[in-house]
Design a binder for this molecule. Structure first.
Ligand SMILES: Cc1ncc(C[n+]2csc(CCOP(=O)(O)OP(=O)(O)O)c2C)c(N)n1
Length: 327
């Protein structure tokens, strides 16, 4: 378990993730957001515990749903303007927040093809080895991504080369509207698919302390040259795959998972341990809500990008008088 001061910080990140996602939903339903929300409500412990286990200059490759990586490594303003694609966003409106990368903050931007970032993460692991850098790379991906060939090629190569990569499978049980176990030929755990000779752990993804402990161990092994680990965190999303996709899951199943809500579980634990009191929790909620609201207000009033923004995709692009790309 983390030190006491860290446990408070972890809880602040859980609250931030939950409050942020609820605000996204509210804004999307009220006035719309250009980026279609794929909310992580319900699975915050994996993103928060997973991200917390890495050093700031370790590389992280989030899945499109791993909002915690963005929230823990970027400013709120960057995340929200990224979603609105406005002029002040980190890419000045060239990409959505789903695919945002940041070399400064060590986030590997991902593509729209699920699972493709697994091999990019392995490349980051290989580069750390070749440049003799003490960096570990973490990659978050879903159970749907695990059905792709990339899952095997990435883990195989990382295993053969003993690369410092931690594979974090966010197993939320559903691939859009398909139950993962209907299309994955294993008995129980998706990580069984990876026969490769690396350590594998199946963990409770609703318990942030369990996630933190498991990922920290894997990061430590990777940093000391012992190679990659595959961690399968069992979790669940409370919302549909994306806000426009109809909900086909059984209401009872969703309610059962809500009984082990990751934010409440951790809240109860830190209250029981006397680390914080109700007042602290309420004050943090209020403080975070205000920060989140103010980032949304900023983004909603931020201008859209300049018209020539689509040309400035590569560094040093020159535009001619007709708006064409010279070089
Ligand atoms: C290669 C590819 N196939 C299909 C899609 C369409 N698609 C987008 S998200 C998604 C489901 C992803 O499921 P999973 O990997 O379990 O992640 P989750 O959405 O549950 O977090 C699919 C099939 C895609 N983006 N890329």
């Amino acid at each position: 378990m983390a030190r006491d001061s860290e446990r408070e910080e972890v809880h602040e990140y859980l609250l931030l993730n939950r409050i942020f996602e609820e605000k996204v939903l509210e804004e999307y339903e009220d006035s719309g957001i250009p980026e279609l929300p794929h909310l992580s409500i319900g699975q915050e412990a994996v993103g928060v515990g997973g991200t917390f286990a890495f050093e700031a200059d370790d590389w992280l490759a989030p899945s499109l749903r791993t909002r915690a990586v963005m929230l823990m490594r970027l400013s709120l303003r960057d995340v929200v303007t990224g979603m609105y694609g406005t002029k002040s966003s980190p890419t000045e409106g060239r990409t959505t927040q789903h695919h945002l990368g940041s070399s400064e903050n060590h986030i590997l931007g991902t593509t729209g093809l699920i699972g493709s970032h697994l091999n990019v993460a392995v490349g980051a692991g290989l580069s750390a080895r070749q440049l003799d850098e003490d960096r570990v790379t973490g990659v978050f991906f879903g159970d749907g991504a695990a059905t792709r060939g990339e899952f095997h090629t990435a883990i195989n190569y990382a295993a053969v080369e003993d690369l410092p990569v931690v594979f974090i499978l966010e197993n939320n049980q559903w691939i859009e509207e398909t139950p993962a176990m209907d299309v994955i030929a294993v008995e129980e755990n998706i990580s069984e698919m990876a026969g490769h000779d690396i350590p594998k752990e199946v963990i409770d993804g609703q318990d942030v302390d369990v996630v933190l402990e498991s990922v920290s161990g894997a990061v430590e092994r990777a940093r000391s040259g012992e190679g990659p680990t595959l961690i399968e965190a069992k979790t669940y999303r409370y919302r549909p795959h994306a806000e426009v996709i109809p909900e086909r899951r059984d209401e009872k199943e969703i309610e059962e998972w809500k009984e082990r809500d990751p934010v409440h579980l951790h809240e109860e634990r830190i209250l029981d341990d006397g680390l914080v009191d109700e007042e602290w929790i309420e004050a943090k909620r209020a403080e975070i809500t205000e920060e989140v609201n103010s980032a949304f207000e900023f983004a909603k009033n931020d201008p859209m990008p300049a018209e020539d923004v689509m040309y400035q995709v590569y560094k040093d692009t020159e535009i001619d008088e007709n708006g064409g790309v010279v070089r």
